[in-house]
Design a binder for this molecule. Sequence first.
Ligand SMILES: O=c1ccn([C@@H]2O[C@H](COP(=O)(O)OP(=O)(O)O)[C@@H](O)[C@H]2O)c(=O)[nH]1
Ligand SMILES: O=C(O)[C@@H](COP(=O)(O)O)O[C@H]1O[C@H](CO)[C@@H](O)[C@H](O)[C@H]1O
Length: 325
Amino acid sequence: MLPEVASWMRRRTSAVADWPLRSLLENKGSTRISVVLPARDEQETVGAIVGAIRRDLVDRAPLVDEIVVVDSRSTDRTAEVAAAAGADVVVQDEVLPEAGRMSGKGEALWKALYATSGDLVVFVDADLRDFSSAYVTGLLGPLLADPAVAYVKGCYDRPLLTGDRPAEGAGGRVTELVARPLINLHWPQLAGVMQPLGGEYAGRRSLLERLPFVTGYGVELGLLLDVHREAGLDAIAQVDLGRRVHSHQSTEALGRMSGQIMLTAWSRLQRHGRMLPLEEPSTGLVQFRRTAAGHEVRTGDVAVGERPPMVEVAGYATARRPLLS
Ligand SMILES: O=c1ccn([C@@H]2O[C@H](COP(=O)(O)OP(=O)(O)O)[C@@H](O)[C@H]2O)c(=O)[nH]1
Ligand SMILES: O=C(O)[C@@H](COP(=O)(O)O)O[C@H]1O[C@H](CO)[C@@H](O)[C@H](O)[C@H]1O
């Protein structure tokens, strides 16, 4: 590990217990805080997450100013469950319709930036089990305490729920097999970020609105690389949130996610002049499924799109955004 990375880890790594709610309330001042949950078919879990944030950080303590769930083409009751738990719900494809339709988690998060007003924006996945509002206070701690910090990533133990017993440390498969090696190969200054793909993170709007958002599952890697380039390593902090349990996708689905992560890494290597100009990579992905007659060939496309920095979007500066109802 580079000496500057070891130094960064010592200075910029903390834990939830370092950021008690009382100290956050003292530091909040006039800072407005939005919590955003991207949600596609998360009716089973979104309500408990929203309810915990609303109970602990709105009703009992005036820390969070709005909780927005982005309904990302759900086919279940995600929107109703989220609203009943106290969130404002925005429909992904109804935000900035003039910008056309793009897909995936990154699209949901980019639309959320338009649909919220917080000076600080906290992103939390909507498929978490055993969620605690301490995730949110942990992520906000460094941002409310230190103006030099602009982006905070959560880190945690990541079990893999298979069968009746969780396999400790076996989660974060794309992180461990794709993202971490890529980061160490090309961006060793970021090798100290323990959960680069983790879905719980927070940032200053003044930074986020100046960055492009990769659509699909490239959003976390894209933002991390762009924050590093735009604001520098010392603007990034990480907070140990303990343990993260979430719904898992299939290996086949994570194969497509991996393709999106690789395409995002490739795009930054090209854009940041880190690689000789090469022809555009293929975005096709051929996968295989066993069938009674042999194998089914499944050809997909893992292309990711990209949304421009929100500051470049007409109307953003004056958009009226939903306030906590
Ligand atoms: O098109 C999408 C895909 C995912 N998500 C949400 O983004 C979060 C993370 O997605 P997922 O759980 O699929 O990723 P994983 O955690 O399995 O890597 C979850 O709250 C999803 O509901 C979304 O809003 N739109
Ligand atoms: O970290 C990972 O490898 C993947 C998959 O995690 P699991 O192997 O299902 O625990 O999960 C993350 O990656 C996505 C892409 O960045 C994020 O959008 C998710 O929020 C995050 O859970």
